[in-house]
Design a protein around this ligand. Structure first.
Ligand code: SAM
Length: 318
């Protein structure tokens, strides 16, 4: 395992239709959420074990107060070689500077539409202008690269968005990536015919702009393409149509300190209980090793009898 995604909160200021119900979810009680010290301790143990890529996520990570303080602690942790953040971007215009100064290296911003009306339809928030301001602010820091823009691809919604998002990848220093819709929505309304595959989107883009595939790291979850005329990069994360489970090297830690070895896990390993009952670093490492030995072989979305994960995306940390 090389990479860990750490959820710093289960709360979010958006209500994306494919993720959370309009009324939100029952949030974790404050006392259940790991403190910055607890997160830094677990990350330090993981980093000593070779898990040096750390991504902060949520919920919406930027709603966690003083997030740059945590970023600074993680950036200073020996063995952490790559520190990134996934955000909806709505608070980024204020926080990009402090995060970069604290040591953030890479950024993913979720963006499903470049039309104000359709953005509000999918996120249930009229916030496209703020997200674009956040992206523009992030772009001012050349040390924060790459900037990836992630769009969840929904059949019947995303097709008309594709040309504008592809044009964004051509005009801006952003790698725009399309991510297949997964059965992780809290409403449990996912159906396989709502998945717009990466292949279908690629064909839509190639009607206008030919693409050429780029080599990817073996552990990469995305297929990378560049525009043949050299103007920018596009990616496809295809967990449903082209599962990449066999090369998955990720762990996840929920905001309440549960270690998960797959997005679709039904079993969690209680790091918080260990942390709060006096476990030393060796005990924590042993718990992590045991979890990794039980890592799922694959997610089985496409198999009959697929059983949904024990929590939804925002509660796990996407
Ligand atoms: N709030 C942050 C954000 O918007 O990026 C971080 C957490 S969010 C759960 C992480 C990513 O998961 C976002 O890009 C979001 O669009 C994606 N996501 C949420 N539900 C999904 C689903 N059912 N299928 C695929 N991606 C999903």
């Amino acid at each position: 395992m090389h990479s860990v995604r750490v959820s710093v909160t289960d709360k979010c200021n958006f209500r994306c239709t494919y993720c959370m119900p309009a009324e939100g979810l029952t949030w974790l009680p404050r006392a259940e959420v790991l403190s910055f010290e607890e997160i830094a301790r677990v990350v330090s143990v993981l980093a000593q074990m070779g898990v040096g890529e750390v991504r902060l996520t949520g919920g919406e990570p930027l709603v966690r107060r003083d997030l740059p303080v945590l970023v600074r602690a993680l950036a200073d942790t020996p063995g952490v070689v790559d520190l990134s953040l996934t955000t909806n971007g709505v608070l980024l215009d204020r926080l990009a500077g402090p995060l970069v100064r604290a040591g953030l290296q890479r950024l993913n911003v979720s963006l499903d539409s470049l039309s104000h009306v359709r953005f509000a339809e999918v996120t249930r928030r009229d916030a496209l202008a703020a997200v674009l301001r956040g992206l523009a602010e992030a772009e001012r820091y050349p040390e924060l690269r790459p900037i990836k823009v992630n769009c969840v691809a929904l059949r019947g919604f995303t097709e008309p968005e594709v040309p504008a998002l592809a044009a964004l990848a051509r005009a801006k220093p952003y790698v725009v990536r399309f991510i297949e819709f997964m059965p992780l929505d809290a409403d449990e309304s996912w159906r396989d015919d709502q998945v717009l595959t990466g292949d279908e989107i690629r064909r839509l883009i190639e009607e206008r702009w030919p693409l050429e595939e780029l080599p990817a790291k073996p552990s990469s979850t995305s297929r990378r393409f560049r525009f043949r005329d050299g103007a920018g990069e596009i990616g496809f994360v295809n967990p449903v149509s082209e599962p990449f489970c066999s090369s998955c090297d990720r762990l996840r830690i929920t905001a309440d300190g549960q270690l998960r070895t797959c997005l679709f896990s039904r079993r969690e390993w209680d790091l918080k209980a260990a942390l709060r009952s006096g476990a030393d670093d060796r005990d924590l490492a042993e718990l992590i090793r045991t979890a990794v030995r039980h890592k799922e072989l694959k997610h089985k979305i496409n198999e009959r009898g697929f059983v949904r994960a024990s929590r939804s995306m925002s509660q796990i940390g996407g």
